[in-house]
Design a protein around this ligand. Structure first.
Ligand code: ADP
Ligand code: MG
Length: 403
C-alpha cells in the first residue's frame, strides 16, 4: 500500500461546508429490522466530528445486492436512517427513493450546518458497481469535500469509492476516523507486530483464504487453522475426513501450501481432534474423533485437544489476528471451539497483547457471544479485512492516497 500521507477529516475546515461522506451502512437485516448496528455506530465519530465543527453531512452507502434497476423496498436504507437518528439524537433526512432525483438534489441544496442527509441505496443504480464516471460526477456535486469512511467497502472500486473522489479533484478528499482506525490496527498488526505474532484462520472455504495463508507465511510465528478449511489441508496430508466439508478441487493446492508454509519460519498448527456428528443439526448425537474422521461422520467443531493446543498458542501471543470461526458456531454445541478461541484472545488482550478480529461471520460471532468489547479491535469489514491480511489492493484507500 502507498505510504503517501492521507488527509484526515479532522485536519480540514468543515465549518459551513457540506461533506459528502461514504459510509458503510451495509448492515445485516432480518424482516426489515437491523440485527446488528455495529457499522452504524462505528460511523458516529466521523459524523459527530463534522457536525460538532459546524459542518453538514451528506451520507451515501450501499445495502445488500439489489438488481440495480431502481428502488426495491427490501434494500431501502430507511431503517439505517432511523437508527442513525436515534444514535445521533437529531433528525436524519432520507430525501427520496433515488440518490440522484430532484428531491435528493433539492435536499442537498438546502442543507444547513448540523444537517444530516442519508442518500438512498447507491446500488439502486447499476452505475455504482460499474464505477461509472457520469454517475460519480453527479454525486460529487453534492459535497464541498469528500470523506471516505466505508472501510467495509474499501477493497472495492465502486463509483462512490473511487470515481467520486476522482471527480472531486481540487476539493479536499479525506479519510474518516473509522477508516483510519481500521487501517492503523490491521496494517499495524501485519507490518510491525509485537511477537509472538499468531494468526488464527477458520471458516468454510480454504479457497477464500489461500492468498491470506500465502501472505502470512513467514510473517507470523504461528498460523492456527481450524474451521472447515482445515479438512482440505488434512485431506492433502492423507487423513480421513469422513463427510466433512472438503474442497476437492483444492486438495492439490492445499498440499502445495503446506509445503510453502513449511519452507518459512512459520509454524502451522492444525486441529488434532474434532467434535463430529452424522449431520449438521441441533440436538444430534456427537462424538470426539482424533485427527482422522470416520466415514459417515462430519467434523463440525475443533475438539478439546485442539482447543488446548490452540488456546495455549493464542494466550502466549503479543499480537493475534483472527478471521473465520472454528466450527459451525451457529448451531450449539458446535460453537465451543470458536468461543474458546475468542476467550483466549481476550485473555491475551488483558495481558497486553494487540488483538484484531476480522471477517463478517467472525465479527458477528463475537458480537452474538457478547464478547466484542474484549478485543483491541473488531473490524467492520469482512472482505476488506481479509484483503488487508492478504496484502492485496485497497482501491478505496488508494484513491485517497492519490489525492
Ligand atoms: P468469515 O465471514 O468470518 O470470513 P467464513 O465465511 O469463511 O468466515 O466462514 C464462516 C462459516 O464457516 C460459518 O457459517 C460456519 O458455520 C462455517 N464453518 C466453520 N467450520 C465449519 C465446519 N467444521 N463445518 C461446517 N461449517 C463450518
Ligand atoms: Mg463469511
Amino acid at each position: 500500500m502507498s505510504s503517501v500521507a492521507r488527509t484526515t477529516i479532522d485536519a480540514v475546515e468543515v465549518s459551513g461546508r457540506t461533506v459528502l461522506v461514504r459510509v458503510d451502512f451495509n448492515v445485516p437485516m432480518s424482516e426489515g429490522e437491523i440485527t446488528d448496528d455495529s457499522r452504524i455506530r462505528a460511523a458516529l465519530p466521523t459524523i459527530q466530528s463534522i457536525l460538532d465543527r459546524g459542518g453538514a453531512c451528506v451520507l451515501m452507502s450501499h445495502l445488500g445486492r439489489p438488481s440495480g434497476s431502481g428502488f426495491e423496498p427490501a434494500f431501502t436504507l430507511a431503517p439505517a436512517a432511523n437508527r442513525l437518528a436515534e444514535l445521533l439524537g437529531r433528525p436524519v433526512n432520507l430525501p427520496s427513493r433515488d440518490c440522484l432525483d430532484e428531491s435528493s438534489v433539492a435536499a442537498v441544496d438546502s442543507i444547513e450546518a448540523g444537517g444530516v442527509i442519508l442518500l438512498e441505496n447507491l446500488r439502486f443504480h447499476k452505475a455504482e458497481k460499474k464505477g461509472d464516471a457520469e454517475f460519480a460526477a453527479r454525486l460529487a456535486s453534492y459535497g464541498d469535500l469528500y470523506c471516505q469512511d466505508a472501510f467495509g467497502a474499501a477493497h472495492r472500486a465502486d463509483a462512490s469509492m473511487v470515481a467520486v473522489p476522482e471527480a472531486m479533484e481540487g476539493r479536499p478528499r479525506t479519510a474518516g476516523r473509522l477508516l483510519e482506525a481500521e487501517l492503523r490496527y490491521l496494517s499495524g498488526a501485519i507490518d510491525s507486530p509485537a511477537r509472538p505474532f499468531v494468526a488464527v484462520l477458520g471458516g468454510a472455504k480454504i479457497s477464500d483464504k489461500l492468498a491470506t495463508i500465502r501472505h502470512l507465511a513467514g510473517r507470523v510465528d504461528t498460523l492456527v487453522v481450524g474451521g472447515a478449511m482445515a479438512f482440505t489441508l488434512l485431506r492433502a496430508m492423507g487423513h480421513g475426513t469422513g463427510k466433512s466439508l472438503v474442497e476437492e478441487s483444492m486438495v492439490k493446492e492445499a498440499s502445495g501450501i503446506i509445503d510453502a508454509v513449511a519452507a518459512t519460519s512459520t509454524t502451522l498448527l492444525l486441529p488434532v481432534d474434532f467434535v463430529c456428528a452424522g449431520s449438521p443439526a441441533a440436538g444430534v448425537k456427537t462424538t470426539v474423533s482424533g485427527r482422522d474422521i470416520e466415514d459417515g461422520q462430519m467434523g463440525l467443531d475443533i475438539g478439546p485437544g485442539s482447543v488446548e493446543v490452540f488456546t495455549e498458542a493464542i494466550r502466549a501471543a503479543r499480537t493475534v489476528v483472527w478471521n473465520g470461526p472454528m466450527g459451525l458456531f451457529e448451531i450449539p454445541p458446535f460453537d465451543r471451539g470458536t468461543l474458546a478461541v475468542a476467550k483466549a484472545m481476550i485473555d491475551a488482550t488483558t495481558a497486553g497483547a494487540t488483538s484484531v478480529v476480522g471477517g463478517g461471520d467472525t465479527a458477528a460471532a463475537v458480537n452474538d457471544l457478547g464478547l466484542a468489547t474484549g478485543f483491541t479491535h473488531v473490524s467492520t469489514g469482512g472482505g476488506a479485512s481479509l484483503r488487508m491480511l492478504e496484502g492485496g489492493p485497497m482501491p478505496g484507500v488508494e484513491a485517497l492516497d492519490r489525492a
